[in-house]
Design a protein around this ligand. Sequence first.
Ligand code: NAG
Ligand code: NAG
Ligand code: NAG
Ligand code: NAG
Ligand code: NAG
Length: 604
Amino acid sequence: MLSSVLKAAALALAVTPASAIWPIPKTISTGNSTLFIDQTVAVTYNGKPVRKFHPDSHFLYQVAKDSIYAQLTYAVGYTPPPGPNFKSSDIVQGGVERAFSAIFQDGLVPWMLRERGSDFEPKQRDDTKRIAKLTITQTEEDDESTFKPVAGSLDESYSLKVGLDGEATLKAASSTGVLRGLETFSQLFYKHSSGLTFYTQHAPYDIEDEPLYPHRGILMDVSRHWFPLEDIKRQIDGLAMNKMNVLHLHITDTQSWPLEVPSLPKLTEKGAYAPHLTFSPADIQDLYEYGVHRGVQVIMEIDMPGHVGIDQAYPGLTVAFNKQPYQWYCAQPPCGSFKLNNTDVEDFLDTLLDDILARISPYTAYFHTGGDEYKANNSLIDPALETNDVQILQPMLQRFLTHVHDKVVEHGLTPFVWEEMVLEWNATVPEGAVIQSWLGEGAVKELAENGHKVVDSSYNFYYLDCGRGQWLDFPNGKSWQTFYPFTDWCQPTKSWRLIYSHDPRDGVADEAKKNVIGGECPVWAETIDPATLDGLVWPRAGVAGEVWWSGNVDAQGNNRTHYEVRPRLSEQRERMLTRGVKGSVITQQWCDMNKPEDCGHMEQ
Ligand SMILES: *[C@@H]1O[C@H](CO)[C@@H](O)[C@H](O)[C@H]1NC(C)=O
Ligand SMILES: *[C@@H]1O[C@H](CO)[C@@H](O)[C@H](O)[C@H]1NC(C)=O
Ligand SMILES: *[C@@H]1O[C@H](CO)[C@@H](O)[C@H](O)[C@H]1NC(C)=O
Ligand SMILES: *[C@@H]1O[C@H](CO)[C@@H](O)[C@H](O)[C@H]1NC(C)=O
Ligand SMILES: *[C@@H]1O[C@H](CO)[C@@H](O)[C@H](O)[C@H]1NC(C)=O
């Protein structure tokens, strides 16, 4: 018998949710039958077998004491050919390998999500009902834009059915939709504690799914701290596990310039924190391709005209580098910004952007030109300008921005800017440019209702680095008393519940809602490095991911309850742990093993 999603939600008050898929699908109906799956399942994509045996992969027999349960273990070794000429079949094959690896290699044994001492697993001897087939059908052909979509142009929807007859079918219009469906498929299964069988308990499944918002991402700051490629790739893995699709790389700032630009070698020679803390052109290509294969678009940002500290590499182009008191020129030390109205700067930007954009344009639709926190006082100490009068500076800032955006457009890319360029500096941006809003206070509404495409990164909800105390040192003296207890500027911590409460389209006029294309959770890295990255980002970014995929309101218009959401989030975190993404814990072990009501907070 099928029960509707609503019934399923009501039943989910038991410890075991009927389906703990994250993000929750748009519609799902489930049953209560157990089906097993093993490595022999036949997978086809548009009629052709998918799981071919590549020279670098092989079968292993894991022989158990009881040989009935001997399992075929597939050693995943599929490396897709390098892009940018992506083939849908390569994308799908990679997705299938990862889904199978998630089920069979990583496999979640959910004891920590079940009642203590309970008999929550199916009997291994019952494993006669098996999933024999996974039939994947892509109903439309991918084109170049599938792999570097402009927000809204790509159909990520899919439908997934798992029948009691052991046949699973996955249908999607695009290969990206197939990837989303495979992620859902992988989330249906658990590993038996014996390690020998794999099962799902709520078959049959009938799922129809698609995202609410086309743009769902995180921002990684790799300038305040540098991160190895494998850490960045692991965030792409995490994004894909949460059906998110954007990795915004804030790749340069005044603190360090890790991006190697072959035509301007001094940028990293003088600007990287250390000679080995850079990203080479091959690294960048690798990262963009890794993203494409997982349905995650990388969007690079070179922040300007503020946040630029290249004075030691190429002197004469910037002002205020490391100038004090920093508060007069920027938001945090060290300061630095490009000179306005300066032809040398424009020539430099042409060289810089031609070099970078030619290499990334095969992989992405966007390039982010920054534009946050530019202070007029920078031009007061520019000997050619000596003014901080915004009326005088506005046309010069516009000239700067137009120069940069013309370059971006010339390379076939759509510009992205921070909100201050438009809301504070009244700058004009090219048609279709995306404005990233972070200051909250109705900015998203204002921008969207003025016809701009907007991405919401409100610091009140989405800044994952916030609320952990001030990192700047306080001098001796009264500042100690003044600033006690040393909070940061954007407290409180954005807990998963606070993140979940926010939908970017809230309060926006109906006709302008479509202009709000999604959101990004920024992970500013002043106090985050490779040792602490995953726990800071996950599972909270995925919480925003669920709201951007499914909304925070159910089909009847009610806010989803913490009793319904929290157990699924606990499970998603556990699942991500098995797959190598080490998110922070969100509740005590006891609550995960008992009914949410038993962990409920008393009404005041
Ligand atoms: C499965 O659900 C049906 C209909 O709700 C019910 O009659 C049946 O007893 C259930 N089976 C099990 C094993 O729970
Ligand atoms: C700009 O710099 C002057 C000193 O030249 C300083 O007095 C003023 O406070 C600064 N303005 C801002 C907004 O920081
Ligand atoms: C801005 O630059 C132009 C040349 O590019 C120059 O003619 C003009 O005088 C400059 N404006 C100021 C205020 O320096
Ligand atoms: C932008 O426009 C607003 C409203 O017209 C005005 O108050 C502000 O001074 C302008 N800012 C600049 C930099 O021109
Ligand atoms: C639903 O959540 C919103 C905040 O996102 C809140 O303003 C509203 O009061 C909630 N509705 C109910 C019925 O609790």
